[in-house]
Design a protein around this ligand. Structure first.
Ligand code: GZL
Length: 364
């Protein structure tokens, strides 16, 4: 199936200029409504925000159903298949799946769901099963960035459009999938570094609890953190990096090793809250007091924000899992034959000692 994509830069296109203007107004309005005192920069976006209007990635490109090579359908009469990657032991995954289910219900759209229990081979078979069950559209939260060819070929053969959320797949936008909706993970790393610099005074040795290998989230959160440290606090040295696989248990185990090998460690950057909470458990087990080691994490889960309130965690950068409204808005616009951005950024908030107590209700 020959597909061509719109090559004009996103923001140069009339319909998208209108969209961007709407986004700018809406975003400003949202930011003003939610927090009149805050700037409207991303770093001041209120945590817990449910974003309904797409923020196209600057300079990005668009996709239409004709360019993609699928047929227009009425979303209300369609069946959407949702493939979740990780087991729902992690509140991020629980909130992400709930957001998709809530929006499908709100729109009266039939939804089929599958959970791969953190096994990539199962996610591939899950998506094949969703296609076999008659999904007209797919929303996929990928576990890994690579290995998707069998699914992409199967979906293309049935002309089933795919929207990816959360993690990026290494495939061609507006050909293998329509749009990718996600946080700016490099920015999350930069903002985590800012919080770590503030917590440590920009001096000393810090460790990174890396996320799972094989996905862009880990790569980009690490990149953003290291770039920012080098740029703003050259006396803060990353002396330890090890994966905790985004899991609390592994995060605890790695931190137990860390404090044996680096007893003077001053800070820990955990690339997700579950690992950060594991680190807190390890520090408590070693007889440390809250604040002895500065911890900065990413996600925005209730337990991590409570850790900020209790003084064990210095800061949490939100990774907004509430993809439902944006995913279905994108499907709705696309299936009507209108242009959608190939890359859509979901806005993230942040928590620190100043707002954790008052904003904990917005955590998930
Ligand atoms: C981020 C998502 C990450 C979360 C982790 O979008 O892919 O995966 O930050 C989760 O909690 O394991």
């Amino acid at each position: 199936m020959q597909r061509t994509t719109s090559r004009r830069p996103l923001l140069a296109r009339p319909v998208v200029v209108a969209l961007a203007a709407a986004v700018a107004l809406t975003a400003t309005a949202c930011a003003k409504t939610e927090d009149d005192t805050a700037d409207n920069k991303q770093s001041e976006t209120a945590a817990g925000a449910e974003q309904k209007v797409a923020t196209p990635k600057a300079g990005g490109e668009t996709c239409t159903i004709d360019a993609y090579g699928a047929e227009k359908i009425d979303l209300k009469n369609a069946t959407v298949g949702f493939s979740q990657s990780e087991k729902e032991a992690n509140p991020f995954r629980i909130a992400e799946t709930q957001s998709i289910k809530d929006e499908a219900k709100k729109r009266g759209v039939k939804l089929l769901t599958a959970n791969a229990q953190s096994q990539f081979s199962k996610q591939i078979s899950d998506v094949q099963n969703l296609l076999a069950k008659g999904a007209d559209l797919l929303v996929i939260a990928p576990l890994n960035s690579d290995g998707w060819d069998p699914v992409l070929q199967a979906a293309a053969a049935k002309k089933v459009p795919i929207i990816t959320i959360d993690r990026k797949i290494n495939a061609e936008p507006c050909k293998d999938y329509v749009s990718f909706i996600a946080s700016d993970f490099v920015e999350q790393g930069r903002r985590a570094a800012d919080q770590m610099i503030e917590a440590t005074g920009g001096k000393g040795e810090v460790a990174i609890l890396l996320g799972s290998a094989g996905n862009n989230v880990t790569t980009e959160r690490t990149k953003g953190f290291k770039e920012r440290i080098a740029e703003k606090a050259p006396d803060l040295k990353v002396v330890f990096e090890q994966t905790g696989d985004f899991s609390r248990e592994k995060g605890q185990q790695v931190t137990e090793q860390l404090i044996q090998s680096k007893p003077g460690i001053k800070g820990i950057y955990a690339e997700n809250d579950e690992m950060g909470l594991g680190a807190v458990t390890a520090l408590k087990g070693a007889g440390k007091k809250a604040g002895d080691v500065k911890i900065v994490t990413v996600d925005g889960t209730r337990n991590a924000v409570q850790g900020v309130v209790d003084g064990w965690i210095s800061g949490v950068i939100e990774s907004n899992p509430r993809f439902g409204p944006l995913a279905f808005q994108t499907l709705d616009t696309f299936t009507k034959g209108e242009e959608v951005p190939q890359d859509i950024i979901i806005q993230d908030g942040a928590y620190n000692a100043d707002n954790a107590k008052q904003d904990i209700g917005k955590a998930y």
